[in-house]
Design a protein around this ligand. Structure first.
Ligand code: B12
Length: 204
């Protein structure tokens, strides 16, 4: 993945899927590759074009993996609205979280990337969501994440707010407590699903 060897990556993933390898294990490996890719970009070894190519390979892999993530979604455990905050267009991680939540039986409404707080609020109202997930990858959009959390809180909606994204996993900001008003932080899609399950079970 980090070497952008599309042919090898796609072949390896296709074989893994065929042999029934664990989807989350495969995803973790891919994510590791993206980490290295990001580091090479940060070091000036890769250009933006290479970053974009990595994203494209990742997307192709997701197309192969997603059906196995989603196949065990049967009933609706709860409704989730998810999106990437304003100013940020990264969506690969958010899409994994959405797919895993769907696979665990949640009804997920993905509003996309670069979304202002008002659009989150509007969608939460429209679908009467139980949980909202906010994704953020850039240090420069952390303010946007904070604003979104506070606008949702000020709207008076009865909703659990989950935050996540590379900006946290990379350790730039340490923990969820840094964003006042959010109910929980998921470092990856598995944690996101666990939090969501915990919250809907706790609801009487
Ligand atoms: C791919 C990529 C891109 C692609 C994005 C394509 C797409 N459709 O998403 C493109 C090429 C468009 C891009 C653009 C840019 N990028 Co970029 N990008 C990356 C890269 C290499 C990988 C990100 C990724 O997808 N990782 C894989 C996914 C699976 O991981 P993830 O997002 O972390 O998601 C997991 C968890 O975080 C969590 N999670 C994610 N969302 C959520 C939500 C919730 C609710 C929960 C609970 C959990 C959760 O679960 C996921 C699955 O486990 C990172 C490097 C890195 N190490 O992150 C840089 C990186 C994020 N980008 C960076 C930069 C600087 C940019 C640009 C500004 C570059 C430029 N000069 O234009 C632009 C910004 C555009 C914008 N306005 O948003 C920097 C950010 C640095 C910083 N401190 O802010 C990074 C870190 C690279 C670097 N080391 O310099 N980028």
């Amino acid at each position: 993945m980090a070497d952008l060897n599309e042919e090898v990556v796609l072949k390896t993933i296709a074989e893994g899927v065929k042999n029934g390898e664990s989807s989350s294990g495969v995803l973790e490996e891919l994510r590791g590759g993206m980490e290295i890719l990001g580091q090479r970009f940060a070091d000036g070894e890769y250009s933006l074009a290479e970053l974009m190519m990595g994203a494209e390979i990742f997307r192709e892999c997701m197309d192969m993996i997603e059906p196995s993530l989603e196949k065990n979604g049967v009933s609706t455990r709860g409704r989730v609205v998810i999106g990437t905050v304003k100013g940020d267009v990264h969506d690969l991680g958010k899409n994994i979280v959405a797919a895993m939540l769907r696979g665990s039986g949640f009804e997920v409404h993905d509003i996309g990337v670069d979304k202002p707080p008002e659009q989150f609020v509007e969608k939460i109202r429209e679908v009467d969501a139980d949980i909202v997930g906010l994704s953020c990858l850039l240090t420069s959009t952390l303010g946007s994440m904070r604003k979104t959390v506070s606008v949702i809180r000020e709207s008076g909606l009865d909703i659990k707010i989950m935050i996540g994204g590379g900006v946290f996993s990379r350790g730039i900001e340490s923990t969820v407590t840094r964003i006042e008003g959010a109910d929980g932080f998921g470092k990856d899609a598995v944690e996101a699903v666990n939090l969501a399950k915990e919250w809907v079970t706790a609801t009487p």
